[in-house]
Write a protein that binds this ligand. Structure first.
Ligand code: ZN
Length: 244
């Protein structure tokens, strides 16, 4: 049995990451579902911190990929594009090497498949509703799949008796019993978009088969100041305070 920290979409927000690690306390393993870089002011520091987590499995996110590759940034909105151009300048060679080694194919860990976007399209697809979730059930072969990318803390729960999927937002700090197949999202550490600005993460207990979502406050003002100081788009500072 293992107590596993599940985090995603840190986006260079070290304050949020440190708050999550303090709140989570000791874990046996850490699963990071990608996007350590993009948007925020401290991608190198976040990468160094994630690297040191116990028994780490870490996926490649779309922002990570865009920051280390020469791909066109045309599909990103203008502020995301500006932030990514800055990330390309900010990232150290060591950080780029780490991101370059991340997995861009689904990874299985016991009864769970890990991806950034979706099992069908690991880097780019957003699982935003139960229709997309339903289609993706045919693309992984474990009981559960854990995804990030949307920055929404949620569970897409499959129900065998009527072959349907429901969107569940289980209560915080209380273990959700994982019985049937499901796609689970821990939310975003560094840039939540569900109008709750607190950093999001989850604890998966692989012995009990439970999923416990958490939120934790951090010093948003400090991060906003660093965003301005580093010449990143001011909009990305504003949004942190409101969680969008
Ligand atoms: Zn992201």
């Amino acid at each position: 049995m293992s107590r596993i920290l599940v985090i995603s979409d840190i986006h260079g927000n070290l304050e949020a990451l440190e708050a999550v690690l303090r709140d989570a306390e000791a874990v046996d393993q850490a699963w990071c579902l990608g996007d350590i870089a993009g948007y925020g002011p401290q991608p190198n520091e976040c990468i160094a911190r994630v690297k040191g987590l116990p028994e780490l499995t870490c996926m490649l996110g779309n922002h990570d990929y865009a920051a280390i590759s020469g791909i066109s940034l045309d599909t990103f909105n203008s502020d995301a594009r500006k932030a990514l151009l800055r990330q390309r300048e900010m990232l150290s060679e060591e950080s780029k090497a780490f991101l370059g080694e991340r997995m861009d194919k689904p990874v299985e860990r016991g009864e769970v498949t890990l991806v950034h976007g979706s099992p069908r399209d690991t880097i780019w697809e957003y699982i935003i509703n139960s229709i997309v979730a339903r289609e993706n059930l045919d693309h992984f072969w474990t009981r559960w799949c854990m995804v990030g990318h949307t920055h929404y803390q949620a569970i897409f729960q499959y129900h065998d008796k009527n072959d349907s999927i429901t969107l569940e937002i289980p209560p915080l700090n209380s273990p959700y019993k994982m019985v049937e197949r499901a796609i689970l999202n821990p939310g975003s550490v560094g840039q939540p978009r569900d109008h709750d600005p607190r950093a999001a993460y989850a604890i998966y207990d692989s012995g009990e088969n439970t999923w416990e979502p958490h939120r934790v406050e951090y010093d948003i003002h400090k991060v906003q100041k660093l965003i301005h100081k580093n010449g990143l788009p001011p909009r990305h500072a504003d949004r942190l305070a409101e969680g969008w």
